[in-house]
Ligand binder design. Sequence first.
Ligand SMILES: Nc1ncnc2c1ncn2[C@@H]1O[C@H](COP(=O)(O)OP(=O)(O)OP(=O)(O)O)[C@@H](O)[C@H]1O
Length: 305
Amino acid sequence: MILVRKLTKRYGQTLALDNLSFEVRPGAVTGFLGPNGAGKSTALRIILGLHHPTSGEALIGGRRYDRIRHPMREVGAVLDANAAHPGRSAVHHLACLARSNRIGRARVRAVLDQVGLADVAHKRVGGFSLGMRQRLGIAAALLGDPAVVLLDEPINGLDATGIRWIRSALRTLAAEGRTVLLSSHLMSEMALTVDDVLIIGRGRLLAETSMTEMRDRFERDVLVRSPRAADLAAVLTGLGASVTAVETDTFVAAGVDAPAIAAAAAAAAIPVHGLTSRGATLEDVYLQMTGEAVEYRSTERTAQS
Ligand SMILES: Nc1ncnc2c1ncn2[C@@H]1O[C@H](COP(=O)(O)OP(=O)(O)OP(=O)(O)O)[C@@H](O)[C@H]1O
């Protein structure tokens, strides 16, 4: 569990975090989303004790990072996929980290297996692709078998195979009961990856919600096509939906989602030729939210100057 309470961080004139509070629960993948400069890295660095907040605090399992006796055993982080020295082999890199953190050598082999790098364990990191370096970063983060895992932009720049691998690795970590927090500036990267989402803009929390709730809130109605449109419309009205005819074979249903329409049509043996969920896409909603945050900030700045 990560708890961030009233975190404020100033860098000179820049207010990077502005009274930011949120919680990240165990057993789920949480996305930390915001445009460039929103304050994501600053918050992650404060959680990891690398930067000091101007005020407020960040707690991991109830304690500040600098009060944790064996940090690698409680929290693992991947801030930079290029953190390993290019001249070292993967196994050497991990063995050094394990030794300096008093972690048994057996964990090195275990994490290499876990991230699928066992076959290239003795190869120099300099020859690794970005996807392999990202896996090595995750292996390093998992060395101490921590309950909390933080990743800064882990998907950025990866190819489709790398993205698929990261997604399933994060799902596994969450299913093991760990707290998993990853940052990104792209909603498209988060939509298929995370359970919960925190959206920040200009250092402020804009939304703290689940992906399911985001979808439910913004996918508004369904365009339905059926050769027996009138019959299907009557069935859906009976279920409490409101229906507006568009053409003889097409109508719009609100208050009922596409899976429920499909199920109702199947139960009544009515053929369906098309179901299209409509409304703002997650990307639209995100851009609208963060765009407003940018506008708010520019007004504030003008007022101050
Ligand atoms: N060490 C620093 N000194 C001065 N200003 C900084 C420092 N680190 C961050 N900032 C500023 O604080 C704000 C938040 O930056 P931060 O890097 O945390 O955002 P971010 O959401 O991680 O962005 P990105 O997606 O671009 O990495 C920005 O205005 C940035 O310029």
